[in-house]
Design a protein around this ligand. Sequence first.
Ligand code: IVH
Length: 680
Amino acid sequence: MSDSVPQRIAHLRGEIKRHNYQYHTLDAPLISDAEFDAMFRELQTLEMQYPSLVMPDSPTQRVGAAPRLSFTQVVHRSPMLSLNNAFSEEEVRVFDVRNRETLGVAEVEYSVEPKFDGLAVTLTYRDGIFVQGATRGDGEVGEDVTQNLRTVRNIPLRLDSARLAKPIPLIEIRGEVLMFKVDFIALNRQQADKGDKLFANPRNAAAGSLRLLNSRITSSRHLSFLAYGAGAVEGFILPHTHAEQLECLQKLSVPVPQERHVVHGLDGLLGYYQKIGELRNKLPYEIDGVVYKVNNISQQTRLGYVSRAPRFALAHKFPAEEALTTVLDIEVQVGRTGALTPVARLAPVFVGGVTVTNATLHNEEELRRKDIRIGDTVSVRRAGDVIPEVARILLERRPVDAREFNMPRTCPVCGAHVTKQPDEAIWRCSGGLFCPAQRKQALLHFASRRALDIEGLGEKLVDQLVEQKLVHTAADLYNLNLWALAQLERMGEKSAQNLLDAIEHSKQTTLARFIYALGIRNVGEATAKELARHFATMDNFMTADETRLQLVPDIGPVVAQSITTFFAEPHNVDVIAQLRAAGVQWLEQAENAVQLLPLNAKVFVLTGTLASMSRDEAKSRLEKLGARVTGSVSQKTDYVVAGAEAGTKLSKARELNITLLDEQQFLQLLNENEMSSAAG
Ligand code: IVH
């Protein structure tokens, strides 16, 4: 190993950590995403080459780990308490009077903070390293969600203890995991595109994402953390006021809320409540009130606890934001995958700081369950401050002529018939690329970064291209010319030329990208790669029937049917022909290229730790030889590679009588096959 490798790794880790902090905690990035990605990839590559240098606090450890079967339980070192709630000024006054009387002071100093609407967690740091994270559970015992919390980008994997006089041997940091409003909107948009369940609000989305058994999915969910205090601390004395303790956490690079203050007396409390109430809609995350805490820790101790809640703290909650209005009509919106969403058109009503005129009714089942009719008086809630929805109906106000709504049997935009899978709640337009609503979204998908990657072809441009009838299908993109483009709004000759260059550039692609770009339902990026690998040519793929499709790893009857349905539509086949005629191309592999690889179609499961290489490296070497690496042992598994401390997968393999390879045997198998494949 070159001497400079450990130094380079340390440098990259330091830089990545610094930029993560700038980006996720300070919201002030200093470099571009591309520069950040390049550093991250360099670190990943080095760690792959030198697995002995991988550390638990390396930023690469944030990408998630293999799915787990369940969470283990964690007993909290100090209990995670709840808060008493107040809904009126009178209750706040009583709180302040009692504090003054018990403490015998004329005025109490309070530390005040927003009440985050997320999920309580505790993070344990030993000698500054994040070693365990757990949910609140019942306050005494929670669930170990360490792997998932590692993927939360603004949680430091190592505390910046250098900024303190001495490091802290052990500290529990308490706070809330949240999903920012923008991340919630983006997630629900993705869920809708996939036809997956929508989350009702950012809190549910955060809770759902944190409690996933597969931390790789958590990693993709953009969670954030905000600390509101410390739990158990050993071998270190924290400052004597709550406000200073938060300062101290901030010094350690732990994210704490900026909207915190120190105030005095009842007026200070109510003033803060008022101020945060006005700010609420502008905050990037959801809050459901504010929290008042007696600032001085020894005063806190004197006030003590009643059952599970401290006497020294109080949550002053905001009233739920709901308002009454009437349903003027119910319409249907068509999304990218053709999903039909019923939407209530409402008489305008001011709720949660904005005027609401629409409320999503989610899907037909939801509509039936709530039995919402045109003409009904409803209470509208800005669920999660973001998407307005109907909270309840005032049946006593239902007019005699209230009309029931039925989902249309044809698409309201293009007239194609609508279909529904038996196990789904969503009706979809079958018009595919014929449907203008879907067409725009299909074009955006076709041009997206992981598909044909046409830089500069964004939403506004696609809207114009479709509305001005310059583009109907993806193939039309390749017939655009400078003259036509320069006519468009806000499109100079230079940007028009750039776009044409990007379109030209996109013609050289890969089969996997092309398949993905087609936007076949249920065919995501990973499936597209498998399909390209298996079929090697577009013609092979297009002519495969459902039985042959199901021979491809991970493809079951649902995906197979989506594919055959797509190709049964002559329009789709035409567009593909036009794209190819326009010059879109990829290297088609010799038809039997895949079959020639020595480990073709052999299924491997890796378990335990290998001394000589990382799991990623083992996986990539196997895949280069044509093998597939999966996460769980089943009858279909050919080999289980068992490294040190292999667990349940090993016993499962023994149970199913699957060939086991120890590290030595595995290396031999790799070497032999790598040689034979190089020779071939
Ligand atoms: S302090 C000893 N501060 O509210 C007091 N809690 O209803 C412990 N919460 O379980 C809690 N924001 O998850 C505190 N700024 C804040 C908070 C906060 C949200 C949550 C916390 C707690 C729940 C109690």
